[in-house]
Design a protein around this ligand. Structure first.
Ligand code: P6P
Length: 352
C-alpha cells in the first residue's frame, strides 16, 4: 500500500514541479558578470555580438546548395588554401558585426593576412578578437558539420594595436568558444569559469544553456587522427598510435575506436561530450612547419576550452597555452582531450 502511495505522491510532485524558464546566453553572462569581475560588460557585449554573428553564419550554412554562398570562391587565403564563398562571407559577417560595438580595438582571422583595425569612425575597446570564421570548410559541400572558432585577448596597447599586440600566450585569453553547425547549432563557451554549451532555439533565435560545466573523462577508448599520414609521423606518434591499433594485444590491454571528421570543431565537440584524444601532429612532410593547425585561432581557443573542462592540450612537448607566439598565423602540433591520454603521448615525446 505504501509503495502505491509513494508512486502517487511522486507523480503529483513531478506533475506540479515548477518548470523554471530556460537560461539564455545573456542571463548566463549576467550571472557570470555578478560572480566574476573579469566578465565585464564590454566582454559580455562582445560575446553576445559574436554569438549573433554566428547565428547569421548558421543561417547561410543551413541553406547549402539553395543559397548563393555555396561552392568555391576561386581564391586563396593567406594559408594558401582555396577559399569557399562561405569562408569569405563568414569572415565578413564577423568583421561587420564586431566593428561598431566599442568592445574591440582590432580583429585577426585565418582568412586575412594582417590584422583588422577598428575604423576611426567607431569607438575602440579593450579587447582583441581572433577567429577561424568557418573551420572545416572542406566539409561544406558534403553536408558535414563545420564551425566557427573564436578567441578573446585583452588589448594591452592603449587601443592602437599592431600584429605584435596579438602575440600573447594562450593562457592570456579572457574567453574562447566555438559554434558548431550540425544537426543542432550549438555554442560552446568559456570565460575561465568552466565550459558551457548553448543550443540555438531556432524558433525564437535564442542560445539556451543545455550543458553547464562540461567535463572530459580522464580516460578514453576513442582517438581522432588522420591515419592516412601514418608513414610521415615521428616516432613517438607511431609508438602511441600503434599501441591503440594493437588494442588489447598491446600494453594498453584494451581496444580503441577511431573517428576522424576532418572538422576540428566536430572532433572537439565529441571529445567534450564523451572524452577522446584529438591529434594533428607535426610530421616529416613539412619539417619547417609544426603541424597544420593554427596556434592563435584554432589551437589556443580549443586548448583553453579543453583545459577548462578538465582535459589537457599540448604540442607533444609543452602545454599549448604556454607557447609564446612568434607570428599571427603560426602553426602548431595539437594533442588534446582526455588528460591521461594526452599525458601519455606527451611523455612518449619527452622520452624520445
Ligand atoms: P586533414 C580543417 O581544414 C582543419 O583545419 C581542421 O578542422 C581539421 O581537423 C583538419 O584541418 C583536417 O585536416 O589533413 O585531415 O584534411
Amino acid at each position: 500500500m505504501s509503495a502505491l502511495l509513494n508512486s502517487i505522491f511522486g507523480f503529483i510532485m513531478e506533475a506540479t514541479r515548477p518548470t523554471f524558464p530556460s537560461i539564455t546566453l545573456t542571463q548566463h553572462l549576467i550571472e557570470e558578470q555578478k560572480k566574476h569581475n573579469n566578465t565585464t560588460a564590454d566582454l559580455r557585449l562582445l560575446i553576445e555580438v559574436t554569438s549573433r554573428a554566428c547565428k547569421l553564419i548558421s543561417y547561410h550554412v543551413r541553406k547549402g546548395a539553395l543559397g548563393e554562398a555555396c561552392g568555391s570562391a576561386n581564391s586563396e587565403n593567406i594559408q594558401g588554401e582555396i577559399q569557399k564563398k562561405l569562408d569569405i562571407l563568414s569572415n565578413n559577417i564577423l568583421l561587420e558585426a564586431n566593428a561598431w560595438g566599442g568592445s574591440l580595438s582590432a580583429m585577426a582571422s585565418e582568412e586575412m593576412e594582417g590584422i583588422y583595425l577598428i575604423p576611426d569612425c567607431f569607438p575602440r575597446g579593450n579587447y582583441l578578437l581572433l577567429f577561424d570564421p568557418l573551420d572545416g570548410s572542406s566539409n561544406i559541400d558534403v553536408n558535414v558539420s563545420i564551425g566557427t572558432i573564436f578567441s578573446v585577448l585583452r588589448c594591452l596597447d592603449d587601443h592602437t594595436p599592431t600584429e605584435q599586440s596579438f602575440l600573447q600566450r594562450g593562457s592570456y585569453q579572457v574567453a574562447a568558444g566555438y559554434t558548431i553547425y550540425g544537426p543542432q547549432t550549438s555554442l560552446v563557451l568559456t570565460t575561465g569559469y568552466g565550459v558551457h554549451c548553448f543550443t540555438l532555439d531556432q524558433e525564437i533565435g535564442s542560445w539556451i544553456l543545455t550543458h553547464r560545466d562540461m567535463r572530459i573523462p580522464c580516460d578514453t577508448c576513442e582517438y581522432a587522427i588522420n591515419a592516412s599520414n601514418q608513414r610521415h609521423w615521428h616516432a613517438p606518434v607511431q609508438r602511441y598510435i600503434n599501441e591503440l591499433v594493437d588494442g588489447i594485444d598491446s600494453i594498453r590491454k584494451k581496444d580503441f575506436n577511431m573517428r576522424w571528421i576532418a572538422s576540428m570543431v566536430s572532433d572537439v565537440h565529441r571529445i567534450l561530450h564523451r572524452g577522446g584524444i584529438f591529434i594533428y601532429p607535426a610530421d616529416n612532410r613539412t619539417p619547417n612547419k609544426h603541424g597544420k593547425l593554427r596556434l592563435m585561432y584554432e589551437a589556443n581557443p580549443m586548448a583553453f576550452i579543453i583545459e577548462q573542462a578538465g582535459g589537457a592540450a599540448t604540442n607533444g612537448k609543452k602545454r599549448i597555452l604556454d607557447i609564446h607566439p612568434k607570428s599571427l598565423h603560426e602553426r602548431v602540433a595539437v594533442f588534446l582531450g582526455s588528460k591521461n591520454e594526452v599525458d601519455r603521448v606527451t611523455r612518449y615525446h619527452l622520452e624520445d
